[in-house]
Design a protein around this ligand. Structure first.
Ligand code: FRU
Length: 478
């Protein structure tokens, strides 16, 4: 067996060996993408090709920590039911031996192309980075083509995560980078044939004329057109927390503006966070065959106490967010769960809640797999919803603040994430066995988090500060 075959065999043995331990975990999710065993992080190579959605992911099958990543692979006809496919890439060559790191997919001439970063450590442990290509005719087995772009001068080897697109007959690749002065940057390459890539330069970043200090490294950039503007999504590392902003270890957000590929330069507005919750990083988008821009993110953050997650004893950790459709409204991204998710809805229940300083238990059949839609008619001062004793959503109308609290999986203390809200029109909430995603006002704000309720606690309570009148519709996600 060669190295590639050995790694595949070893990974599949691990899946078999730990299947029961993994599946006995009450925190296994019902309708989110997870690793069969081990650790999952970034979504990679997200694309719809010949009708089928492909979502690859950073996978460490051999432990619940990081290391020399493989590309795991899920496919789906509908963004709802996913099938685990053969491993797409293993770190088995000199140019990717310490990890087939994150990247993207494009289709050209009936061939699926994956661009990814080959992570390499030399004999002294120094990092090297190579941008690599692998191709497939069937979308399942990939043939590596080796290195297509190398590290330009002026940057450290923290230079990775290629996202590729076509514009006016030319191919472009954006990467996350760090300058030798330890400034985070997004950089651009160009190609006419997908094999030879020219370095064009920085397009924006920390300590450029558009931004002050803005992080020592930028990861996982994504550049695309959305409703007539150019959007750069990126994950800066090294931002200081500011009031309600930048509360997680690393950030994930976007700039709206205009990309000039020739200069090259991206002229843009302020950085906006994509998510207000605890666990959201490395999002990747694709434009599907119906023209929708769809985003999936890792429901986790690097270096955020992951070894304390209660799923670790069951030999797995992390999951993906639900797929979300993106739109731009007044230069702000709004995110809506894709409409296909409605096919999971069963047992619809409607409740009219009317409370005055009281508390009422919501009648939700299976809150470990449920969707809720809440439309308030009257909110006098505010209200609070408690989810299975492990998370709370608090709306303070007078202060115009919405807060998600959860019991920390590190020490069970309460921790909070917040944002300002001018008005509350509705809430669309997705509960899974150990995740919560809250879409506020049709996706103007989103809170994404893992949470770990005691398995026996299935109570969802709502309490009113003064008067509230609202309709609550709920479904079981079957
Ligand atoms: C982001 C990241 C990427 C890298 C990958 C490695 O979470 O650090 O920059 O390609 O994960 O798994």
């Amino acid at each position: 067996m060669n190295q590639d075959q050995e790694l595949r065999q070893k990974a599949m043995n691990r899946v078999e060996e730990y299947r029961d331990i993994v599946n006995l975990d009450p925190y296994r999710l019902h309708y989110h993408i997870m690793p069969p065993v081990g650790l999952l992080n970034d979504p990679n190579g997200f694309i719809q090709w010949k009708g089928v959605y492909h979502l690859f992911y950073q996978w460490m099958p051999f432990k619940t920590g990081h290391g020399a990543k493989l590309w795991g692979h899920y496919s789906s006809a509908d963004l709802v039911n996913w099938r685990h496919e053969e491993i797409a890439l293993t770190p088995s060559d000199w140019f990717d031996k310490n990890g087939c790191y994150s990247g993207s997919a494009i289709a050209e001439n009936d061939v699926l192309h994956l661009f990814y970063t080959g992570n390499v450590r030399d004999g002294e442990g120094n990092r090297e980075t190579y941008q690599c290509l692998a191709v497939s005719k069937d979308g399942i087995s990939f043939e590596k083509q080796g290195v297509v772009a190398r590290l330009p001068k002026g940057y450290t080897a923290h230079f990775r995560d290629p996202k590729v697109w076509k514009k006016n007959g030319s191919w472009y690749m954006v990467l996350g980078a760090q300058t030798e002065n330890l400034e985070g940057r997004a950089v651009l390459f160009q190609s006419d044939n997908l094999k030879d890539w020219q370095f064009l330069g920085d397009i924006t970043g920390s300590n450029t004329d558009q931004l002050g200090e803005f992080g020592y490294m930028w990861e996982c950039p994504d550049m695309f057109e959305l409703d007539g503007k150019d959007v750069l999504i990126v994950c800066p590392q090294g931002l200081e927390a500011e009031e309600m902003l930048y509360q997680n270890v690393y950030q994930s957000g976007y700039f709206v503006g205009e990309l000039n590929e020739l200069k090259p330069w991206f002229t843009h507005g302020d950085f906006e966070e994509l998510d207000r919750g605890f666990d959201f990083y490395a999002p990747q988008t694709t434009k599907d065959e119906s023209g929708r821009r769809i985003l999936v993110a890792w429901m986790g953050v690097p270096d955020q106490d992951e070894q304390s997650q209660p799923t670790i004893p069951h030999q797995w950790v992390h999951c993906m967010t639900l797929p979300r459709e993106l739109h731009l409204q007044n230069d702000k991204i709004v995110q809506k769960p894709v409409e296909e998710l409605r096919t999971l809805r069963q047992n619809e229940k409607n409740a009219a809640i009317s409370l005055n300083q009281g508390t009422e238990k919501l009648d939700i059949v299976q809150p470990d797999k449920a969707e809720l839609f809440i439309s308030p008619k009257v909110i006098e001062e505010g209200f609070e919803i408690s989810f299975r004793g492990a998370a709370r959503l608090i709306y303070n109308k007078a202060e115009g603040i919405i807060t998600l609290e959860r019991n920390s999986y590190v020490d069970e203390k309460t921790e909070a994430r917040q944002c300002r809200l001018q008005e509350l029109r509705n809430l669309n909430i997705f509960l899974d066995a150990s995740s919560i995603e809250i879409f506020v006002n049709e996706g103007e704000e989103v809170f994404t988090a893992r949470y770990f309720p005691y398995p026996g606690n299935n109570d969802v309570w709502i309490s009113a500060r003064k008067e509230i009148i609202m309709n609550v519709t709920s479904w079981t996600m079957a």
